[in-house]
Design a protein around this ligand. Structure first.
Ligand SMILES: [Fe+2]
Ligand SMILES: [Fe+2]
Length: 258
């Protein structure tokens, strides 16, 4: 079974790059399951209903979110009914939406969940390690896939090693920069610290560079606006899972600049 996981799709260029590259990969590879991080899909902040429907048309199986989960208020109208959207499980219990979903693919149960990190993030969230433990103890599944949405590389690799062999795929999101450390860990977990973003190449993690440079240089906070012109980057991983042993056999990184 091949699982394609695409990192944070950012605004207009991200959506265009996603559509083009996912179509191409599907033509070249037998992709069975697609996960995308959608927290930046609509103007860089959140995901509106039209974009959710658009993902469904592209054959996406599960969409994960992150710290921008509810920044586009549209989502509050439909997340309750959506069966395949995942927000961080360690958000407060009364948050809208679900922290995990269990889907069926090729006769196997696949549970996709998300946790959000605490290092350099809003520290009010629950402990991501304890949250993952709770899911593994309470949700029966053949395959577990976790999106660790966090800033700190140390927190992400510590998480992956803590659950090595128990969660089949741990992939990081949020930094928008693809890391060069994709591998299968000792006990069988396929891991990457960050999948990287899909969207503008020459912005600052998706945002127009002038706005962010001015923020740092002049210490003037301007409203964020996505970079909608120039080259794009498409960042993803493709993980092959052996259906008999239910263990990852291979992890490949995909990085397309065009
Ligand atoms: Fe993001
Ligand atoms: Fe994020």
């Amino acid at each position: 079974m091949k699982v394609l996981i695409v990192g944070d799709v950012f605004s207009k260029l991200g959506r265009a790059s996603f559509q083009k590259n996912v179509k191409k990969i599907k033509e070249q590879e037998q992709v069975d399951f697609i996960i995308v991080n959608g927290e930046n899909t609509s103007h860089g902040r959140g995901m509106n209903k039209n974009h959710y429907k658009w993902y469904m048309e592209q054959g996406v199986d599960v969409i994960t979110l992150g710290n921008h989960a509810f920044h586009n208020k549209d989502i509050l109208e439909y997340i309750g009914d959506a069966e395949n959207i995942v927000r961080p499980y360690n958000f407060s219990e009364d948050s809208p939406g679900k922290g995990y979903v269990t889907m069926h693919c090729k006769g196997l149960k696949i549970t996709v969940f998300q946790v959000i990190g605490k290092v350099f993030m809003n520290s009010e969230h629950g402990n991501p390690f304890k949250a993952a433990k709770k899911i593994l103890e309470n949700v029966e599944s053949d395959i577990y896939i976790c999106d660790f949405h966090g800033e700190a590389t140390s927190e992400k690799i510590a998480f992956a090693l803590a659950f090595d062999g128990k969660i089949q795929i741990v992939f990081g999101t949020h930094t928008h920069v693809q890391t060069n450390d994709a591998r299968i860990l000792e006990n069988g977990t396929a891991y990457i610290t960050d999948v990287g973003m899909t969207g503008a190449l020459d912005g600052v993690i998706g945002v127009k560079k002038e706005i962010i440079i001015s923020r740092y240089l002049n210490e003037v906070a301007e409203r964020f606006s996505p970079e909608n012109t120039g080259k794009t980057q498409f960042n993803a991983i493709l993980v092959e899972i052996d259906e008999n042993s239910k263990k990852p056999a291979n992890i490949d990184i995909i990085n397309v600049i065009e």
